[in-house]
Write a protein that binds this ligand. Sequence first.
Ligand code: OAD
Length: 258
Amino acid sequence: MTAPHEATADLLEQARRVVVLTGAGMSAESGVPTFREAQTGLWARFNPEELATERAFRENPARVFGWYLQRLHAVRAAEPHAGYRALAHLAQRFRDGFCIVTQNVDGLHARAGSRNVVELHGSLEAFRCIECQLPFPADQIGGLDDVQAERPPPTCRECGNLIRPGVVWFGESLPSDAIGRAWRAAEEADVALVVGTSSLVYPAANLPAVVRGRGGRVIEINPDETPLSPSVDLYWSAPAGEALPLLAEALAGSQERR
Ligand code: OAD
């Protein structure tokens, strides 16, 4: 039987364009918590309705803002693991034909050197006015080294309303430019590589079906099976930090042999 890294490398070898969809599991080995895993997941420890909705923010801005600043502080201290670097390396082979669509808000793909990255759910580094939408630079938010559970948000210099985190909350639409770029990449891709997502949150979870609908192949890397697993062409049960470097090596090896 072909080893999963070789089978995955074979599928990618035949591809001209690849879309990668990543979720919280991609960052687990960098020490960033996932959402839905029992005990360690953020939504196992915190109630999303109290922290990840516009209503929660309007009711208790200091609590919600403090929680996001604490997450920002934690991801700034995290380092992208070898799987991130492997993806950045893989991209070079496909040039413009490689797009990473991430549900993550931690910025680790860019920090690992990936260029064509679509942040579907926004970014912890982005802030904007809740009313007029004017962006607010993260570097103007001081005291990130000592963030308490509660921190009143700053106010907008144009309209005086509250500054909110630039992440997508429950009940909100995804940024239209990000959706457009992600769906274009999926429509053009021969292969979707889905890494570290529970495939439970839409519209992101629809992306592999877009690739498949156009005759493309779907590969999933995740230590645990998900609702997507039964329909993929190749399911590889492994953590991202182990699988992706193996894959990059296998592809580099096959290129040398040619
Ligand atoms: P989840 O927490 O729902 O799922 C994480 C997935 O990562 C699970 O399927 C795990 O099995 C898998 N996993 C864990 N460790 C892994 C590893 N080392 N390597 C690979 N996979 C691993 O996270 P998401 O699917 O990203 O939205 O959740 C989607 C969205 O739901 C998030 O973007 C967030 C959340 O509510 C917003 O905040 C808008």
